[in-house]
Ligand binder design. Sequence first.
Ligand SMILES: [Zn+2]
Length: 282
Amino acid sequence: MKKDQMIPGRRAVLRIAACLGVAVTTRMLTAGHAEAPGRPATPLPTAGPKAAGPKASAPLKPSSYRLQPMMEGGAPRYSRPALQVRKEPLLELPELGRSMVLTFDDGPDPRYTPDILRTLRQYDVRAMFFVCGEMVEEYPDLTREIADDGHLVCNHTWSHPLMPSLPPSGIRSQLVRTSDEIEKAVGTPPLWYRAPYGAWNRHLFEIGAKLGMEPLAWTVDSLDWTAPGTDKIVSGILDGAGPGVVVLSHDAGGNRSQSVAALRRYLPWLLDEGYRIAVPYR
Ligand SMILES: [Zn+2]
């Protein structure tokens, strides 16, 4: 069963991550926050017209920063500038102010993803979907629907392996194949990735940075992968709610009917409490 688990020492890790750099903050769309030099400030895509979503109008063509074509022989395909190599994943996004981030892993899955999308559409909010490449390959139209709704399609590896058990070449292949498959489906490669089971290592950070992706873990694990009952999923998320909090849920990898039902309850509650649901830029 696909699942992810929380990483111990979150606060300590957060402090380390906060000290490590500004690569992510430069990409955050944080109204009222200063952007790093050379990076234009852009409005945060939260609630608003569908067209305001970061990918709502994404053309189905190679991204502008993909400057060189695929080369034979395994030469680097990605030409985006490499990012800072982190030592830990980001666990929350305080740059988003009072906004929270909803993330859904392991999909897309036609049994559950459409229901998740319907609820997010109903409340006009955007989320992050960490998809597996093999699922994207099987359901490209559903992947495109996620992006067309303005959500971020992010990299959750090709086949959901325990990444530290792979050699660097295997780690790279899992990430590159997935980014390529996502780009094929939605027109742009992902800028975020997440390790299955929350299992990261140095090679994963190095390779992800070379591919121009930031590592995002989570602040609150909804534990929906344990199927604890809709009530428990809802109360866990409500208890963990807070500014910049990243919530882990799943729209695939098992029976996710509880995840679907829970979203219909906690999302309106969060909005009523004054939280905004946001995604980082791209
Ligand atoms: Zn997963």
